[in-house]
Design a protein around this ligand. Structure first.
Ligand code: NAD
Ligand code: MG
Length: 398
């Protein structure tokens, strides 16, 4: 029996890497459902190759896709649309594994639906967990979902933690001899830029990551270090650990993907070439291992591995995220929404690179925090925060 897989965000960078692995293991996995937001012709090519049963696209793409299906004799594939369609495939009874690889808040409800349906959920869509935090984690416990981290750092931490660590009681304190998590960061393309240089960087420069090839939004987040901020929040929830037990370490070579320290003085690291196929394969097959085409690490290629503390004067986004995690409640939702709006404005060249954390800080200051007791309050705050961020962007000339 093959495992039946649903890929939310199949046309993205993580979606493509996932298909690459599934393609190498047709005896173990079949593609049941996939979703795409804009690249419809790429979606059709994927359908030809993987023959899913269901696809989900935005309603306005439905007719275009249906016509292409007729042209390519793919009429046996069902088309669903919008959030209802995404929720439906993520929780479909025939699905065993859900790859949550939509970018941003748009992935929250489908990811939560997969968790509530008790699936094996491979979590790439960190924004969904940043927004929903304890609600998502509690839903995973209540519905016996297996929420496995695909983000390379969190996957590395998961691999370096004691076996069954996630099953233990949680209270924000490290347990089972764990003392600290070292979350590594490449530092992004502007690690050595001055503040003056940062003011002038372009979207094209920001999207050119030195070690990883990724979607535009996460590439900009990596350049501002907001990605590391979102990952700090993600780690606190996934591993039930207070933020002061997580240290961010800049490691420009991206060979060590993160580390776990223990009370006896041990530090365990997971290492590998920077290729998302490794954490995706790990989360797909855990506790087993899958063959991938990622070459084994050749340490002789690296004369040195470097480590330094992040510069939060130059990259204030990291500290904004830490403060939001400390504040709790809806602060991470506000942070994430403002950041999504700011990154989109930067990509459209409406604001500068250094305006991004300013938009986030302004939005956090402007809005009152409150407890995140249900998904409706999270979605409401997300909407309000987007509005406040957009207004601020207009006021600074964007
Ligand atoms: P991407 O931009 O390459 O792909 C995003 C996917 O989401 C696409 O398939 C797109 O069609 C879909 N999508 C976009 N907007 C949507 C919307 N409004 N509704 C429904 N679908 C929508 O992004 P990516 O780099 O693959 O990243 C995906 C997620 O994985 C992000 O949350 C990112 O932070 C996380 N992640 C990515 C990497 C990486 O190496 N790319 C690493 C770790 C984590
Ligand atoms: Mg990461």
């Amino acid at each position: 029996m093959t495992q039946s897989v649903c890929i939310l965000g199949v046309t993205g960078s993580i979606g493509q890497s996932t298909l690459k692995i599934l393609n190498q293991h047709p005896d173990k996995y079949s593609v049941f459902a996939i979703s795409a937001h804009s690249r419809i012709s790429e979606l059709v090519d994927i359908c030809k190759q993987f023959q899913p049963k269901v696809v989900v696209v935005p309603k306005q793409k439905n007719d275009e896709l249906a016509a292409l299906f007729v042209e390519n004799e793919l009429q046996n594939i069902e088309i669903l649309t919008d959030q209802e369609g995404l929720v439906s495939i993520a929780s479909h009874p025939d699905v065993d594994v859900v790859m949550a690889a939509i970018v941003g808040a748009a992935g929250l409800l489908p990811t939560l639906a997969a968790v509530k349906a008790g699936k094996r959920v491979l979590l790439a869509n960190k924004e969904a967990l940043v927004m929903s935090g304890e609600i998502m984690m509690q839903a995973a416990r209540d519905h016996q979902a297996l929420l496995l981290p695909v983000d390379s750092e969190h996957n590395a931490i998961f691999q370096s933690l004691p076996h069954n660590y996630l099953d233990a009681e949680r209270n924000g304190q490290p347990q089972q001899g764990v003392s600290r998590i070292l979350l590594t960061a490449s530092g992004g393309p502007f690690l050595n830029h001055s503040l003056e240089q940062l003011e002038k960087v372009t979207p094209a420069q920001a999207c050119k990551h030195p070690n990883w090839s990724m979607g535009q939004k996460i590439s900009v987040d990596s350049a501002t270090l907001m990605n590391k901020g979102l990952e700090l929040i993600e780690a606190c929830h996934l591993f039930s650990i207070s933020e002061h037990f997580v240290t961010v370490v800049v490691h420009p070579q991206s060979i060590i993907h993160s580390m776990v320290q223990y009370v006896d003085g041990s530090t365990l690291a997971q290492m590998g070439n920077p290729d998302m196929c490794t954490p995706i394969a790990h989360a797909l097959a855990w506790p087993e291992r899958l063959q991938t085409s990622v070459p084994a690490l050749d340490l002789f290629e690296y004369s040195q591995l470097n480590f330094q503390a992040p510069d939060i004067q130059k990259f204030p986004a990291l500290d904004l995220a830490r403060q939001a995690m400390r504040a709790g409640g809806l602060a991470p939702t506000i942070l994430n929404a403002a950041n999504e709006v700011a990154v989109a404005a930067f990509l459209k060249e409406q604001i500068g690179f250094t305006n991004i954390p300013q938009v986030v800080e302004h939005t956090l200051q402007k809005l009152e925090n409150s407890v995140a007791d249900n998904i409706e309050s999270i979605l409401n705050k997300d909407e309000v925060a987007r509005h406040v961020a957009q207004q601020y962007i207009s006021s600074i000339g964007g």
